[in-house]
Design a protein around this ligand. Structure first.
Ligand SMILES: *[C@@H]1O[C@H](CO)[C@@H](O)[C@H](O)[C@H]1NC(C)=O
Ligand SMILES: [Cu+2]
Length: 184
């Protein structure tokens, strides 16, 4: 029946749309700390706070600390050490080679300072807040589940998206789109 064919076509479109949205949501962003200023002693204490406020950070994104090896370093620290500029208790290992790429692996607040004497106190410090994925505007639900089988991958499902490498997702989405072209 034409109805059944139309229904399956709609189902395929929904699945393809969901997969493409997962691709978009899953795209990691690379944030160059301080923008063109890079990771340095800032001309003023608001450079890094202003820069951080201009960014939206997500798990899976990366921070790029752009500095010349030997002139600065990067260490993640606790909030209290960020505030007091104490380099005594870094979280993990101190990164001494620049430019340095740091992956964001968890939500919440993260604090970074330069451990060179006086640099943090002069403003070379960064605090970021990484929101949970729910902060990403998600499309309204397309189905309540009462009208037939629903795609197993739902829009905005990061858990499902993270199960597959993006290359696989792209291939699946492409195959779905191609199959649409051959529907009567
Ligand atoms: C701080 O320095 C940055 C980089 O030079 C500049 O873009 C920004 O306008 C400055 N902010 C203030 C408040 O002076
Ligand atoms: Cu420094």
């Amino acid at each position: 029946m034409a109805g059944a064919q139309a229904a399956s076509a709609v189902g395929l479109v929904l699945m393809a749309t969901a997969l493409l949205q997962c691709l978009a949501v899953g795209a990691a962003t690379s944030h160059t700390v301080g923008g063109s200023s890079g990771w340095t002693i800032p001309p003023n204490a608001t450079l890094y706070p202003d820069w951080a406020a201009s960014q939206t950070f997500a798990v899976g994104d990366t921070l790029v600390f752009d500095f010349v090896t030997g002139t600065h370093d990067v260490m993640e620290v606790a909030k209290s050490d960020y505030e007091s500029c104490s380099a005594a208790n870094p979280i993990g290992s101190t990164i001494t080679t620049g430019p340095a790429t740091v992956s964001i692996t968890s939500t919440g607040e993260h604090y970074y300072i330069c451990g060179f004497t006086g640099h943090c106190a002069a403003g070379q410090k960064l605090s970021i807040t990484v929101a949970s994925s729910s902060s990403t505007p998600s499309p309204p639900p397309t189905s309540t589940g009462s009208n037939g089988p629903t795609p197993s991958v739902t829009p905005g499902s990061d858990a499902a998206a993270s199960l597959l490498p993006s290359g696989v997702k792209a291939t699946v989405a492409l195959l779905l789109l191609i199959s649409l072209a051959f529907l009567p």
